[in-house]
Design a protein around this ligand. Structure first.
Ligand code: ADP
Length: 325
């Protein structure tokens, strides 16, 4: 267990002990007060002379007073207990949430450092190799291709990071213009076909589907889905990009034959920094920002995004956006 987690768990342990002590003290005082009140009323009763005229009514009055006191202790004690419990629950949840966020951020920082350093190191090495050695055309092309794909990865990562922080800080101004979604998706797809010449990328894209939106953001969203389909499915399996018009809704589907996503994870993968924990996924590079920002962009365009299971294996990421009518 990391040192930080150990510290948090000991803080939680002390917290529960303290809470238990407060509740035990409250119960102790409640019992003591009740006993004392009973003792007082007994004493009061004993002080009434047996031959007093209104003996019975005085006894009844003392008993009624004592009952009232007990009810008062019950009421005040329960409210006090409720307030303590509610406060403790709110505090516990806040600390836990903070702990989770800080852990996710730590994971993110580790992932981001790795994600930033790797493409830079690869590109540097490739360029140095080309500078120092006389390479044949084939080798040179391979290195150039490799360098371009690494810088593309860096570009996607920077875009995702910048846009997500800008949107969160409320500093991003959404562009609203008429876009041919068919053309946009086709351009993104063609770029991936060039970037991944060894992958089978099947496209079935209807042209002239017009929507209102921000072309740069939509491009980021579409790229993230295609990138994931390629990243999380075996190299010899095809990836599909389909765009069609259903009534007044443009539906984009990005399909793959990878490991797929379990039903109970289908919503969670859109959370910030969330990454699935299986071994196949862990081997793939990533930060857990792609789907988060994609969902944000789709929601900002008034659309829907969801995941379906592909027949046999894999996932179908679907985006629905309203078209201009
Ligand atoms: P990243 O790819 O950087 O980890 P994303 O937000 O794009 O972050 O994705 C979050 C997680 O969702 C990924 O880590 C992966 O586990 C899972 N995921 C995304 N797309 C797919 C896919 N097409 N098939 C299987 N799992 C996927």
């Amino acid at each position: 267990m990391p040192l930080k987690s150990k510290k948090i768990y000991s803080i939680f342990f002390i917290y529960w002990i303290l809470l238990a002590y407060i509740i035990a003290a409250l119960i102790f005082w409640f019992i003591t007060l009740n006993n004392q009140s009973q003792l007082m009323s007994e004493l009061k009763k004993q002080n009434i002379p047996l031959n007093a005229q209104n003996y019975q009514s005085q006894i009844e009055k003392i008993e009624n007073d004592s009952k009232k006191k007990v009810n008062q202790y019950n009421g005040e004690g329960s409210i006090f207990l409720l307030v303590i419990m509610a406060g403790a629950l709110v505090f516990y949840k806040a600390v836990r949430r903070q702990f989770k966020i800080s852990q996710e951020q730590q994971n993110f920082m580790m992932a981001i450092t790795h994600e930033l350093k790797t493409p830079i190191a690869v590109a540097k090495l490739n360029l140095e190799t080309m500078q120092k050695r006389k390479l044949d055309e084939n080798q040179q092309q391979r290195l150039i291709y490799n360098t371009i794909s690494e810088t593309n990865r860096l570009d996607t990562l920077c875009n995702n990071m910048l846009i997500s922080s800008q949107i969160e800080a409320g500093g991003y101004r959404f562009v609203k213009e008429e876009i041919d979604l068919g053309k946009l998706v086709d351009t993104c797809t063609e770029e991936f076909i060039t970037r991944y010449p060894n992958r089978t990328i099947n496209k079935n894209i209807e042209k002239e589907i017009f929507i209102t939106g921000d072309p740069m953001l939509l491009q980021i969203a579409v790229n993230n889905l295609i990138e994931n389909a390629i990243k999380y499915s075996p190299k010899d399996m095809p990836v599909g990009i389909n765009l069609e018009l259903n009534d007044t809704v443009a539906e984009l589907q990005v399909t793959d034959n990878g490991p797929g996503i379990e039903d109970d994870e289908k919503k969670k993968v859109f959370a910030k920094f969330y990454r699935l924990g299986n071994e196949a996924t862990k081997r793939a590079k990533g930060t857990g920002l792609g789907l988060y920002i994609t969902r944000k962009i789709v929601k900002n365009h008034g659309g829907n995004i969801f995941i379906l299971n592909n027949t046999n294996a894999g996932s179908i990421f679907t985006i629905q956006l309203a078209v201009i009518v």
